[in-house]
Design a binder for this molecule. Structure first.
Ligand code: SAM
Length: 225
């Protein structure tokens, strides 16, 4: 084994050890955002790569889970649909908190079939569990009949794919939308989507979320105007 491969193996082992210490696979254990180990994950650029493979793009903590739970309760949001859910880890946190909901996303390919762009996501235990329980619907959202819910949840909409969420919201009467990601000029969604948010929704409440180094995530509950 050459030195690069040895280094990578060591780095991966250390990274995964830290992630396992902080987050249980089923997201029932979440880290405190003030824990120095969590801050190490948040601020170390390399950790983001391993975190995405283990969970996904949004950096979740106990504070995030408490905050979104409180905001859902305050606004009487009982059920949700998460669009473009990736591994479904946000849905899993909400289900753990007792909310009803479904996640919808394109199927994550097996590693051996991993030829296209799939955002580095893996078939995690949470993903497999949600698929098995029927809480995760696999397929192209643009080809599906939209379903009604109190709230639509989206995290890290791919650039240029904001129309998927816009079309869904236009065809349903969901009152609320939770958006996790960056704003204008950021890495998520696109100007048309941000314009749509500004024109059709108002900011109802900010939800606690942290950002990885060099990322500027917000988590906002929007309400239709
Ligand atoms: C950047 S990833 C974000 C995943 C997850 N929301 C997160 O925060 O980790 C974008 C996700 O959108 C999904 N996606 C993109 N276009 C889609 C479509 N038309 N229908 C269903 N899922 C889609 C991809 O499969 C991928 O899981």
């Amino acid at each position: 084994m050459n030195l690069d491969a040895r280094f990578k193996m060591y780095e991966e082992r250390e990274a995964l050890r830290l992630l396992d210490k902080l987050w249980s696979w089923d997201l029932k254990k979440l880290p405190d955002a003030n824990d120095p180990d969590y801050i190490e994950v948040r601020d170390n650029m390399m950790m983001r790569t391993w975190y995405i493979r283990r969970f996904g793009f949004a950096l979740v903590s106990k504070q995030f889970s408490d905050s979104i739970t409180q905001v859902f309760n305050e606004n009487k949001i009982g059920n949700f649909v998460e669009l473009m859910a990736g591994t479904g880890f946000i849905t899993k946190i909400l289900l753990n908190q007792g909310f009803q909901g479904k996640a919808i996303t394109l199927e994550i390919p097996d590693d051996k079939d991993h030829k296209g762009i799939h955002w580095g996501l893996k078939k995690t235990p949470v993903y497999k569990q949600l698929v098995d329980s029927g809480d995760m619907i696999l397929g192209d959202i643009t080809e599906m009949e939209p379903m009604e819910s109190d709230c639509v949840v989206v995290s890290w909409i791919p650039q240029g794919a904001g129309y998927v969420v816009k079309d869904w919201c236009e065809k349903t009467s969901c009152e609320y939308l939770v958006v996790i990601g960056e704003g204008y000029g950021g890495c998520t969604a696109d100007d048309d989507f941000h314009d749509y948010l500004e024109n059709e929704f108002k900011v109802q409440k900010r939800i606690y979320i942290d950002s990885f180094a060099c990322i500027h995530d917000d988590c906002i509950l929007y309400k239709r105007k």
